[in-house]
Design a protein around this ligand. Structure first.
Ligand SMILES: O=C(O)CCC(=O)C(=O)O
Ligand SMILES: [Fe+2]
Length: 260
């Protein structure tokens, strides 16, 4: 995967950014950034799973990338679903957990191929990927040996040391909402590296836009919302303020909520 991913990103910019290749899923930098601190010094392909597994996605000459990407997406997808089910079952018991997560399939989930080029700016000036939480149920992440991923633990950033063969699993916003905050969507970021490029692959377990996120148990601290409403709100906030506000937009009340 790593070799194929490197080959993909070595293509000329025009080839990567043309709608023909991988169905216009290429992003570089942060189009909404108005300062260096808002900029992600990285490029990515954000691929809908349906494109990867179906015939619709145009890989150009990259048939070996297509084959390995399908294999990786398939394995990550099975892992993400199994983990989501186990986590739901531990809150709700076996029968309810079996139905979880509803509304997630190849048409709704994504695989993201990330590349972080060496960055000429000091680490205090720009990020590889700006601090964020993922807007999904759960993310399965495979990073290479370079390092740079950090997550917020308590009130401190902690480096996630690369371990060969290990995957990282992050809870996303939707699981936090569904679990009434029992599971926490983890804030994370990627630091830049002055000399070495870095690669990662992330699988995002997402439902369809019209899926209500719901709750494992009433009362929920959140208003009812669909995934589409959540995505729209996130995009609006980023456009207006340069930052994602996320779940707190959907809280019923801002007072501290007592769970169970
Ligand atoms: O590259 C990484 O380690 C993190 C990627 C990530 O957080 C994302 O794509 O949302
Ligand atoms: Fe992320």
């Amino acid at each position: 995967m790593r070799r194929e991913q490197a080959r993909l990103f070595r293509l000329p910019f025009e080839a990567k950014s043309s709608a023909g290749l991988l169905n216009d899923s290429y992003r570089w930098g942060t189009p909404t950034a108005t300062s260096l601190r808002q900029l992600s010094w990285s490029e990515a392909f954000h691929l809908p799973l349906a494109g990867i597994s179906g015939k619709s996605c145009n890989y150009g000459d990259l048939t070996s990338l297509r084959d390995v990407t399908r294999e990786v997406a398939d394995a990550m997808s099975r892992l993400a679903r199994a983990l989501a089910r186990v986590l739901a079952e531990s809150l709700l018991g076996h029968a309810a957990g079996e139905r979880f997560p509803e509304g997630c399939d190849d048409a709704t989930c994504f695989l993201r191929l990330n590349r972080y080029p060496p960055c000429p700016f000091p680490p205090d000036d720009a990020f590889g990927l700006v601090p964020h939480t993922d807007s999904d149920f759960l993310t399965v992440l495979c990073q290479d040996h370079v390092g740079g991923l950090q997550l917020m633990k308590g009130s401190r950033w902690v480096a996630v040391k690369p371990i060969p063969g290990a995957l990282i699993v992050n809870i996303g916003d939707l699981f936090q909402a569904w679990s009434n905050n029992r599971y926490k969507s983890v804030e994370h970021r990627v630091m830049t590296n002055a000399t070495t490029e870095r690669y990662s692959v992330a699988y995002f377990l997402c439902p369809s836009y019209d899926s209500p996120i719901g709750t494992c148990r009433e009362p929920s601290p959140y208003k009812a919302f669909t995934f589409g409403e959540y995505r729209r709100r996130v995009q609006e906030d980023v456009k207006k303020t340069g930052k994602k506000t996320g779940l707190s937009n959907f809280l019923l009340s801002l007072t501290v909520y007592k769970y169970w």
